[in-house]
Design a protein around this ligand. Structure first.
Ligand code: 4AD
Ligand code: MG
Length: 430
């Protein structure tokens, strides 16, 4: 029977054939252990000299790393392996021999691995990270479907700049100027007025000259938007959603988290509600922690976010930032107009901001004024203003950065390992 590694549990005691690659190998005079992978998982194949034809044992011993093969053997249960199964190999058929595979089991430098990202993806660690990413995406669709949201796809080529004009990738759109989307939010606001509760999931682009472990040039964002939802209700959706994806990964990626060496006790605590701290109080907290030179009106950098997050064992919302620090579309606080009804969600353990969200301005006059203050091309925002002219309602939404969330939940240091082919400052290859 031909099967995959992920499904060998259906064939215990039976003979199966698996298409696989040789990830690694150990052998002695009498026995060879083949570490096999087929993409769906990893399994050890055991070739015992006394139990196979001499020529098969010889072939197994001479296999090179990443050679592709068909392996035939009997599935047995094996309590010692975390996977729980082994293959007692009877036959090996080489499909294609790999010669001098560049990524050997020894240590390699980051730049070397990044240059070989197309092959590095085959490693156990990268495999585990991609499975966690996939589970977060799966749980995202499940959560929003369960909660009655409709998936809507905003355009990638746009004429508007929701998050400011300095970090745009410009391109030509025939005779017009266009940009690659930095956020689908403005379109999602239109969609919320048509469909109530909506979410998007797609790539976004920021020409940021940042070279940190949290920044990608191209990253994927999940952007929910909700009509008739105000500031606090928006935070409640966010904490429910983030708890849901963390618990889903704990439930469905046990092997992967183990492979990544993730301390799962920290993730088990991630359940709603999450703590909230105002920007004003965050400034006070930072002063108490010895950050003397930060003053009201300054934006937080990575060290500030990490210091604030250290006071909590769950993600923390920093709320009510100064108006001057945030984009044009945020609703001012009703009691003071120097702060806006926004929140950033900061992940624990130094992973930084994973969500940015806010209540949106729903008054046409105020919005128009803000567009002018921010020097935005009013023509490009005409349609956005019209949303406030025909039955405008309070509404709120947020954007979760997928890669930073994957980094946090997997416990990997840098976002470059959380996306199949990272686009970084100075890296467009492979
Ligand atoms: O805080 P941001 O810029 O918010 C928005 O774009 C809103 N329009 C979203 C909305 O309300 N619909 O980005 C949202 C999230 C950040 O919290 C962060 O997780 C991620 O996107 N992000 C990045 N991730 C990787 N690399 C970058 N350069 C990122 N910039 C933002
Ligand atoms: Mg932000």
């Amino acid at each position: 029977m031909k099967t995959t590694i992920s499904q060998v549990n259906r064939f215990v005691g039976e003979e199966v054939t698996i298409g696989a690659w040789l990830a690694n190998k150990r052998s002695s005079g009498k026995i060879a252990f083949l570490q096999l992978r087929d993409g769906t998982g990893f399994i050890q194949g055991v070739v015992v000299k006394a139990e196979v034809e001499e020529e098969i044992f010889k072939k197994a011993k001479s296999l090179t790393q990443e050679t592709s093969l068909y392996v035939t053997g009997v599935v047995t249960e094996d309590e010692r392996s975390p996977f729980g199964y082994e293959l007692q190999v009877k036959d090996v058929e080489v499909i294609h021999e790999a010669v001098d595979y560049p990524i050997t089991p020894k240590e390699h430098g980051t730049e070397f691995l990044m240059d070989h990202r197309h092959l590095w993806l085959r490693s156990r660690k990268q495999h585990a990270v991609m499975k966690v990413r996939n589970e977060i995406i799966r749980a995202t669709y499940e959560f929003f479907n369960k909660e009655g949201f409709v998936k809507v796809d905003p355009p990638i080529l746009t004429g508007s700049a929701p998050e400011g004009t300095t970090e745009l990738f410009a391109t030509k759109y025939f005779d017009e100027d266009a940009y690659l989307s930095q956020s689908g939010q403005l379109y999602m606001e239109a969609a919320a007025m048509a469909l109530g509760k909506v979410f998007s999931f797609g790539p976004t682009f920021r020409a940021e000259k940042s070279k940190t472990r949290r920044h990608l040039i191209e990253f994927w964002m999940i952007e929910p938007e909700m009509a008739f939802v105000t500031f606090n209700e928006n935070l409640e959706v966010q904490e429910q959603y983030v708890s849901y994806i963390v618990q889903s990964v704990l439930e469905n990626c046990k092997l992967e988290l183990e492979r990544l060496g993730r301390d799962t006790s920290k993730l088990e605590q991630i359940k709603a509600p999450f703590p909230r701290i105002s920007y004003d109080d965050a400034i006070k907290l930072l002063h108490e922690k010895g950050f003397d030179d930060i003053t009201w009106g300054d934006d937080f950098g990575a060290p500030h976010e990490t210091a604030i997050a250290e006071s909590y064992d769950k993600p923390v919302f920093i709320t009510h930032y100064p108006t001057s620090l945030k984009p044009f579309y945020m609703q001012p606080d009703a009691d003071r107009d120097d702060v806006v009804l926004c929140a950033d969600l900061i992940a624990p353990e130094g992973y930084g901001e994973i969500i940015g969200g806010s209540e949106r301005i729903h008054d046409a006059e105020l919005l128009k004024q803000r567009i002018e203050e921010h020097d935005l091309a009013t023509d490009a925002y005409k349609w956005y203003l019209e949303l406030r002219e025909y039955g405008s309602v309070p509404h709120s939404g947020f954007g979760l950065g997928l890669e930073r969330t994957v980094a946090w939940i997997s416990g990997v240091e840098h976002v470059r390992e959380t996306i199949p082919f990272p686009r970084l400052l100075n890296r467009l290859y492979p």
